[in-house]
Design a protein around this ligand. Structure first.
Ligand SMILES: Cc1cc2nc3c(=O)[nH]c(=O)nc-3n(C[C@H](O)[C@H](O)[C@H](O)COP(=O)(O)OP(=O)(O)OC[C@H]3O[C@@H](n4cnc5c(N)ncnc54)[C@H](O)[C@@H]3O)c2cc1C
Length: 474
């Protein structure tokens, strides 16, 4: 079956369209976090939508499992080839054309394999702005962003990826093409089918193209880093900032002191941003497309925050370079965390008003389970999104670390449920959050999801075992 598949792929996609040698397929088996998948049947690299359709039709007819792959920056192992059943990896990397940009309509039509940064650059070249922004934007693809409904740094102002998709083109598991690439800002006709595929993590179809919403390029923006006494003060400052910044707040990030230290370790050119260390920091950005006095806006916020004892000190970037350097803390701290090896990584969502109490209780929970474990809780708290991460004690071996982190995660997710939260604000379910996700579903929710999967992928060959358990026979 594998030999026939490879012959078919060579014939239909050409010599650059298929990789079958283990050395060549190696990089498709690894993700950013260092997780490894099994060796795939092969890697198909179609360069057109029709090629994707041909591959899917062949796989449907020959009952061959397929997993789509974008930039490989997903954090729940959804794009890695399965260890249970050999899969064909379908990489979208060669499907990477900007199809059209309409600066009056504020839309851009792109192939799914376009790297996010390239879409942002293409928008900027026409004085437009594509607001999706995240640490992996130099490698993640639009198809991956859509399939994970990515969030990122600007959700507060512009929404998740779902809010930025106006049209979608999808190849279904049997090879049919479902296309609605109309660049419409409003369309209220019948069921909005594209929504099914946004955030579906590749389990219902292969996203091949999208019409994305653009915004005016913010001509004017300011970034500030503020030191605060605790998370309670941060959340009160958030309320103040929302009200006093004329709805121009684009980012409001919580950064604990430990993350600043991790960033300083990872990027030695960075310097401690404020004269004195503070228990927690806020990195905020305001942006406007017209000329407004953003400095005055932030200075008012500083003085109001000081008056209410919500902040101790702060720095307002005075140049683009300084603003970029403040943002660098946000990037470098991820790198620093990654260097610490095995750790618990979460991306929970909570009602914003509950975040402080949750944070407090969750810290206590971890301390009771392991007094020497280190909590690193940061995130896009303006969206109620907390990365409540835990570094295990260094003295443990890897197996003990994993067992401890598993216990912590289980209890943490129970607490999330008690707070009416969600176990995933951004990264999705993939394989690694499946059991917690299934436990959170009601019977009607499960039945509808299972029914949709059966309807669109009756053979269960597409991304089997991600989000939902594999169906019979797979
Ligand atoms: C440093 C770093 C920072 C990050 N920051 C954020 C953040 O702030 N917010 C956030 O939401 N995420 C974040 N992420 C997670 C990740 O970047 C996003 O999930 C991103 O959207 C994944 O895109 P990708 O192209 O890399 O997808 P991949 O990792 O290749 O795939 C992700 C999932 O989508 C499926 N898929 C990929 N392409 C397609 C397609 N064309 N059609 C159908 N299914 C497809 C895959 O099968 C897989 O299930 C971050 C990751 C890293 C490494």
């Amino acid at each position: 079956m594998r030999d026939e598949l490879i012959t078919f792929l060579q014939q239909s996609l050409g010599p650059n369209g298929v990789l079958s040698n283990a050395n060549d397929t190696e990089r498709y088996c690894l993700d950013w976090a260092g997780a490894r998948g099994a060796e795939p049947l092969a890697v198909a690299r179609p360069a057109s939508v029709d090629d994707v359709a041909d591959v899917m039709r062949y796989c449907h007819q020959h009952d061959i499992p397929v997993v789509p792959q974008g930039g490989g920056s997903g954090l729940v192992e959804g794009a890695l080839p399965d260890r249970h059943t050999p899969e064909l990896v379908l990489s979208l990397e060669r499907l990477n054309r900007i199809r059209a940009l309409d600066a009056i309509n504020f839309t851009i039509s792109v192939d799914a394999g376009c790297v996010l940064q390239e879409v942002k650059d293409a928008a900027l070249a026409e004085d437009c702005f594509f607001p999706l922004a995240l640490g992996a934007q130099g490698s993640c693809q639009i198809g991956g962003n859509i399939s994970t409904n990515a969030g990122g740094l600007n959700v507060l102002r512009y929404g998740m990826t779902r809010q930025l998709v106006l049209g979608l083109e999808v190849v279904l598991p049997d090879g049919r093409i479902l296309s609605d690439m109309r660049p419409l800002h409003k369309n209220n006709t019948g069921y909005d089918l594209k929504q099914l595929f946004i955030g579906a993590e590749g389990t219902l179809g292969i996203v091949t193209g999208a019409v994305l919403k653009l915004c005016p390029q913010p001509a004017n923006s300011r970034v500030a880093l503020i030191g605060c006494p605790d998370v309670r003060a941060v959340m009160q400052l958030y309320g103040l900032a929302r009200r006093s910044c004329c709805d121009l707040l684009t980012a409001f990030e919580l950064i604990p002191r430990r993350c600043i230290e991790l960033a300083l370790e990872a990027a030695p050119t960075l310097r401690d941003p404020l004269d004195e260390p503070h228990p927690v920091y806020v990195l905020l950005e305001v942006a406007a497309s017209g000329e407004l006095d953003l400095d005055a806006m932030i200075e008012t916020l500083f003085s109001q925050g000081m008056e209410r004892q919500l902040l101790g000190d702060g720095v307002l970037a005075s140049s683009e370079a300084q603003a970029a350097q403040l943002w660098q803390f946000r990037e470098a701290m991820l790198e620093g965390q990654q260097r610490r090896g095995v750790h618990l990584r979460t991306d929970i969502a909570l009602p914003i008003s509950a975040l402080d109490t949750f944070h407090h209780q969750a810290e206590r929970l971890v301390a009771e389970l392991s007094p020497d474990a280190e909590v690193i809780a940061y995130g896009h708290v303006g969206d109620g999104n907390l990365h409540f991460n835990v570094l295990p004690p260094t003295g443990l071996d890897d197996d003990d670390k994993l067992a401890l982190l598993h216990d912590i995660e289980e209890q943490l997710f129970e607490l999330v449920t008690e707070f009416d939260g969600s176990i995933s604000a951004e990264h999705g379910i993939g394989r690694i959050k499946q059991s917690a996700f299934l436990a959170s579903l009601s019977a009607p929710e499960y039945d509808i999801m299972r029914g949709l999967k059966r309807l669109l992928d009756p053979r269960g060959n597409l991304s089997a075992g991600r989000i939902l358990p594999r169906s019979d026979g797979r």
